[in-house]
Structure formats: C-alpha cells, structure tokens
Design a protein around this ligand. Sequence first.
Ligand SMILES: NC(=O)c1ccc[n+]([C@@H]2O[C@H](COP(=O)([O-])OP(=O)(O)OC[C@H]3O[C@@H](n4cnc5c(N)ncnc54)[C@H](OP(=O)(O)O)[C@@H]3O)[C@@H](O)[C@H]2O)c1
Length: 246
Amino acid sequence: MAKATTNKTNNDIYIPSVMKAAQQSDFGEVRDVLTLGENVSVPRQLSSKQILVRAYAAAINPVDWKVLNGRLSLVTRYSFPHTPGTDVAGVVVDIGSGVKRLRIGDKVYGDLTIHGGSYAEYVRGDESVFTLKPNNLTMEEAAAIPLACNTSYQALFKKASPPIGPRSKILICGGSTATGLYAIQLAKAVGAYVTATCSQRNFSLMEKLGYTIIQTNIEINNDQNQLHIIDYNEKDFGEELKDKYI
Ligand SMILES: NC(=O)c1ccc[n+]([C@@H]2O[C@H](COP(=O)([O-])OP(=O)(O)OC[C@H]3O[C@@H](n4cnc5c(N)ncnc54)[C@H](OP(=O)(O)O)[C@@H]3O)[C@@H](O)[C@H]2O)c1
C-alpha cells in the first residue's frame, strides 16, 4: 500500500510522494529486467490535459512483454528505469488545469499507449486516453478491455475503408482472439453481418458472447442475433463464403 503522507489536493484527497511500481531497468528477459520498486516517485506534475489515477487494476497485454524484451525498441524511446504497463482502471485523484471531461473521484479506465506506466499505484496519462468506467464492470474487467478493444475499434472504424457499418459484410480471421472477440461485438453493434474463424476448442468461448452460433453457410440469413463461425481447421473459409456475402 502507498503511504498517504503528503500532497493534499483541492478535494482533500491525500496523494503520497512515493509508491510501489514495477521498474524496468533495461530491455531483456522479464526475470532479469523487471523489479518491484518500493519508493518510486508518484508522477505529481500534470500538464494541463493530464490526469492522475489511483490504479485499482492493471492488465497484462502481449505488448507489455514486447516492450520489456526490446522488440519495440525501434519505435519506443524509454529512459530507464521505466514503468511498463498499458491498460489500467482506477479512480481520478488529480487533474490538470485544462481537463474538462473528467473529475476527481471519477472511476475511469484507459490505455496508456506505448508510453506505459500502468504497473504502478498511481498512473499519469492524458485525459484523452481515459473514459468513465461503466458501473456494470469491475475494475479488473475494465482494465482488461482498453488496448485490445481499441485495436479492434481502430481496425473497423478508422482503418477499414469504407468503415464498417450497417449491413457491411465482414470476415474476422481469429474470432476467438482477444481482438477478434471485441471486433465481433463492435461490428455486430453497428449492424454488420459477421463471419468469424475459430477452432473447435474455442467454440464454447464464442457461445459466451450470447449469439446463436451457426456453422454451416446454408444457415446464413443475416440475422443479427446469429454469428457464423468457420472452424478453419476443418473448412476452407474462402470456399465457405464464396457467393454468400456478395
Ligand atoms: N491483444 C491486443 O491488445 C493487441 C493489440 C494490437 C495488436 N494485436 C495483434 O492482434 C493479433 C491477435 O492478438 P490477440 O492478442 O487478439 O490474440 P490472442 O488473444 O493471443 O489469440 C489467441 C488465439 O489465436 C488463435 N490462433 C490462431 N493461430 C494461432 C497460432 N499459430 N498460435 C497461437 N494461436 C493461434 C487461437 O484461437 P483459435 O484456435 O480459435 O484460432 C488462440 O486461442 C496479433 O497479431 C497481435 O499482435 C493485439
């Protein structure tokens, strides 16, 4: 636990000077380069657009491992020690002078992007990378969402041309992946017709999404409650979809 000793905000929230945080000393194997720092400075200095969040939950994403072992070192510039971690959920404890959308006390979740910093008790980030946490999600559930969901959102609505929308016909290769599961739900939420590939072993995972699972192309009728899945180990999805979604 962080010791609440100093730095009272206007809202009477005490923020400590130091905290526990994961500390990356260099690029390398996790066991060699990652330690727990007990006296890491809390990032108290906020620019006008930044917020400070008391972290309740942080998620481990594959990209965090790539940051640690240096696979992203060509696109990242870190000074060590570095606090890794991308996804986080928590409570806003301080805000910069120009922050308009969020307030102290808000429960939020966000994706700190390549800057990292979520494996810590206090997390600083731009207001723009956080949003209010829905009440029906726990902190842990919320922390598991941002990066994977953002990735799918960007692919469907920012990168796809034209963007996915009502009656778009879309094949999601890797429907059972983290990004695939979000892509299915996002695409269906805007009224797209979705087919996804998935191994038999993950069919039960797909069923948890709540759609009626259909596995033969004869059954495809563009019902928004149904999800067409192709086990790519058994069937050629190109052949399966030929003439079906044209
Ligand atoms: N997760 C993120 O936040 C994120 C962010 C940016 C980019 N990405 C990229 O998006 C892609 C998917 O990542 P993800 O994290 O969503 O995937 P993931 O959750 O790790 O997906 C695992 C699933 O992928 C399927 N799969 C297919 N071929 C595989 C193979 N050769 N080895 C292992 N699994 C295989 C398996 O499901 P089936 O057996 O059912 O096919 C497996 O259960 C990756 O290229 C990743 O770099 C991910």
